[in-house]
Design a protein around this ligand. Structure first.
Ligand code: SAM
Length: 310
């Protein structure tokens, strides 16, 4: 996909063009954007699949037992429905609500390839996320948070705007069976990087994930201000995992193919490192990851890790 252009132009994610075999069901509108329900297939590591399927057979820990008004035991999670998995192919089927084409201000209603890169990373490196408290920034539809929620202790899923948060809530509800953390530990809440407020984020945090949030320099600045605020207030410093797509453009002024937003991102990374003084930055080789979602892994896709220097 080329770079995002003027704010009123429609934009369409590559994910919706070719890469996901979708069963589109039109389910209505959110803030004037048509919303569809599609099935996203993810190849799941065997141990995780076994764990998800086994939950109905094991006794829940005491803290997960709730008794309803009739005195019956209510589990915090229902067993995964057989229609949501294909055990022979080792596949889970997420039911995801999303838009297809939106204006720039509503891009969070679509699914972006960066989020599928993050799903690959989470499922290939589950130890980084197992029993952790994970914050997602700019979650959009929230697919990585749903997948991380299969192994995390607590999820805080954030974005800005009523319609995106509503979409995220719909996706949480339609995939609840997969999520391990109890309902009260899966928070979906507003966090606008241009507002000065991180106090509502539950602490302590272990890691932060952010997918495809590098596409506009002002938004990138606001994003890094928020990351700086969170990292400077948390001890130990949570590790940030960022997936992104370098959007290349030919510019007449430079007579070359460039990505100004990516260059700006690089300078923000350096600045964060200098200001904090206690973090290192490295690019993770995504070609080492198994391809668990159906998308085209182009050389423009990257994953960056910002972590505390031990
Ligand atoms: C290209 S979308 C990516 C959505 C999702 N992470 C994905 O990869 O599918 C960028 C996301 O950043 C969010 N965003 C933009 N500006 C923001 C801000 N000031 N505060 C919080 N989130 C913001 C948008 O709402 C949108 O969900």
């Amino acid at each position: 996909m080329s770079s995002f252009s003027r704010s009123e132009d429609p934009v369409l994610s590559d994910v919706h063009l070719t890469e996901v075999k979708e069963q589109l069901i039109d389910v209505g509108y959110l803030d004037g954007n048509q919303i569809y329900l599609s099935e996203f297939e993810i190849t799941c590591p065997k141990e995780l699949l076994n764990k998800l399927m086994a939950v109905s057979e094991i006794s829940p820990p005491k803290s997960d037992i709730h008794i309803d008004n009739d005195g019956d035991m209510v589990l915090s999670r229902k067993p995964v429905q057989p229609r949501s998995v294909d055990l022979t192919r080792g596949i889970i089927k997420l039911q995801i609500h999303h838009s297809m084409e939106t204006q720039l201000r509503d891009v969070g209603l679509q699914i972006w390839t960066g989020s599928l890169v993050m799903v690959d990373f989470i499922l290939d490196k589950p130890d980084y996320f197992l029993n952790k408290h994970i914050l997602e920034l700019g979650s959009g539809a929230g697919i990585p948070s749903i997948v991380a929620g299969m192994i995390a202790k607590r999820m805080t899923v954030t974005d800005t705007g009523e319609s995106i948060l509503r979409l995220c809530e719909m996706n949480y509800q339609s995939n609840r069976d997969f999520i391990q953390c109890p309902e009260e530990s899966f928070a979906i809440q507003e966090l606008d990087w241009s507002a000065d407020e991180i106090a509502t984020i539950h602490q302590p945090l272990d890691c932060i994930i952010a997918c495809d949030v590098v596409y506009d320099n002002d938004i990138t600045d606001a994003f890094f201000r928020t990351v700086h605020k969170i990292m400077s207030k948390s001890k130990p410093v949570p590790t940030l995992y960022m997936s992104l797509e370098k959007r290349l453009n030919f510019t007449v002024t430079e007579l070359d193919i460039t990505c100004k937003e990516y260059n700006h991102f690089q300078s923000c990374l350096k600045q964060l490192q200098t200001i904090l003084g206690s973090v290192k930055v490295h690019q993770f080789d995504i070609n080492s990851l198994s391809n668990r979602c159906d998308y085209n892994r182009t050389p423009q896709l990257e994953l960056w890790v910002i972590s505390e220097i031990p």
